[in-house]
Design a protein around this ligand. Sequence first.
Ligand SMILES: [Zn+2]
Ligand SMILES: [Zn+2]
Ligand SMILES: [Zn+2]
Length: 278
Amino acid sequence: MSERPPTVHVLGTAQDGGFPHAGCDCFSCEAARKDRSLRRRVASIGIVGATGQCLIVDATPDFPAQMSLLGEAAGREGPSIDAVLLTHAHIGHYLGLAFLGREVINADRVPVYCTRSMEQFLRTNRPWAHLVERNDVEIRSIRPGEPLNFDGVEIEAFLTPHRAEDTDTIMLDVRGPEKRLVYISDTDFFHDGLVSRACEADVALLDGTFYSHDEIKHREILEVKHPAVKESFPLFEGAKGTIYFTHLNHTNALLHPTRAPDLPDGFALANDGMSFTL
Ligand SMILES: [Zn+2]
Ligand SMILES: [Zn+2]
Ligand SMILES: [Zn+2]
């Protein structure tokens, strides 16, 4: 098969609960219910390799649509993917795996890349264990710091500090022949190592869950830690490439349909449908 430059496709940019957010009647969610163009799928990216192989990062509750979008981006005839990579076991990031089971796709050994801790979680909890036992998926362990080669793309996983009720959390440094993209959708904060990784990349898609910590109630923020966009600006000033914010919570001021704040130069909002050539 002829080779082409690998690409990364933004398949979703909302926090785990989606946008509009289930059960919420805030101004932004109501606006997104009325106007479909405002809606966002749950955070995910897809990688199309040099010969058109497709890997989807996270299996979100929007997995069926995201799988089709990725197949389309790769120029495939029908909706299909070649591999899944799971970052962690929060609901927005793995529930979609259920679609690979016999009730839906009845997949045949789709490789699922994840850490040992995620593997343990899948093997010991139902319905996920069914997928493993019935050979719908084949788990392939990845270790932080040991890059995986996927169809002309080098994917290095690294750990982020993120509340680990069930599993650890990995995020990705994706390198193609020309460019490097860093994906950090979920972290409690940006430590120096994460900041320098993102600043050195040609493109960085970063956790922008909240615009400011004032937007949710104090008790909640203590339990659900994510960096605030406002506090991230000084950290990433002078980054090599554009910093795109993703994993946006419905409360984020950047999602307000009429009075979203402007972002400083060098920063932008990630949008569903964007793509980057590696
Ligand atoms: Zn998340
Ligand atoms: Zn809302
Ligand atoms: Zn998470």
